[in-house]
Design a protein around this ligand. Sequence first.
Ligand code: NAD
Ligand code: DAU
Length: 371
Amino acid sequence: MSDGGRIAPDAHLLVTGGAGFIGSELVRRLLAREDGTRVTVLDLLTYAGNRANLAAVESDPARAARLAFVRGDIADRDAVGPLVAAADAVVNVAAETHVDRSILDPEAFLRTGVIGVHVLLEAVRREAARAEAGERRTNPRFLQVSTDEVYGDIAEGRSVETDPLAPRSPYAAAKASSELLVRAYRITYGLDTVVTRGSNTYGPHQHPEKLIPLFVTNALAGEPLPMYGDGLQVRDWLHVSDHAAGIEFVLRHGQPGETYNVAGGTELPNREVISRLLAAAGRDWSLVRTVPDRPGHDRRYAMDGSKLEALGWSPAVAFELGLPETVAWYRDNPGWVEAAKGGDWASYYDAQYASRLARGTAADESPVEAG
Ligand code: NAD
Ligand code: DAU
């Protein structure tokens, strides 16, 4: 296909973390191409990974024939080696992703974000050497999915790709560490690497530990919504279909060694997001509780998306449409929600919220005007 950029039409792509929220959207998107693209998913199926997120492709024979699923850890070199050897490009979506869990227990974040990324890069380095020696067809491209959280708290203006990394949570520090490893392997070994930094992502299939799915599912169930601090923290919202599209665009068209912000362009304080999701769920502010804040809580993230826009990509889904559709998806998929709130959910929820909710107070509706 003419828009395939640096990735051949019949490419075999290794997508790590492909059973998660953004990874599964990317897999659905890649397999929707009818150009022979094949995908292998490597996913550990942690509490956040869910094979059911791939049901739409696994139940469609034409797409299922171009998908392979491997349960495994990106930090396991024996699992990773052969999969990278068989791939034309690697998209590393896998990570531990929840800031609150990184505050409760950071270790898994470092194992996946540092050791896991190192293992993937070593495998890509071996395959790049084989390509150089003419022993394989392609020099494998490596795309690292990163986050706006690596810039830290942004009081004003918008982060550009050349700004310093200033992570402030264990999660963000692990993501920044991943990026630094990618940078080192690019400079030292000349690997073909690209990095995307996405903003706060929302949409169907997101694990209910994150703000929007937690508050939507709690609101639909008539349970309290634990709003941290004053609720005036600002995030820049990006629909999951846009995030996956931005990652694919950079995979195909990004310049080697470059980093690209994938910005949503919809900056909103949490209170405003809460008001809108309550309206879409048919509930009111009586459910909202002001609870003790997240330690080290970043007040604002905001990115400048003009570098990727200049390359030819910008987001397409308006928050005004994407949010009510997301609320409807959670309402229409109670089985998915119930499964996601299984496993270690009860003990996590207790550790994160029991004492907060006990100290919480009723929250007045936001003074912030709807934009
Ligand atoms: P998620 O938590 O829904 O999914 C992560 C997936 O990675 C899960 O399927 C999990 O099983 C898998 N995984 C975790 N550790 C693994 C390991 N060691 N080996 C193999 N698989 C492993 O996360 P998400 O929200 O879809 O985020 C995906 C990526 O996008 C992450 O790298 C995250 O840092 C980044 N990101 C997320 C957002 C957001 O708002 N959700 C925004 C910007 C960037
Ligand atoms: O900015 C990109 C990042 O967005 C990603 O890299 C992370 O993987 C993703 O988890 C997300 O991080 P945040 O910390 O911004 O997302 P979270 O949904 O946890 O919180 C969004 C905002 O809502 C934040 O200001 C904290 C607040 N919040 C969150 C929860 C879970 C609450 O007030 N109450 C809550 O219970």
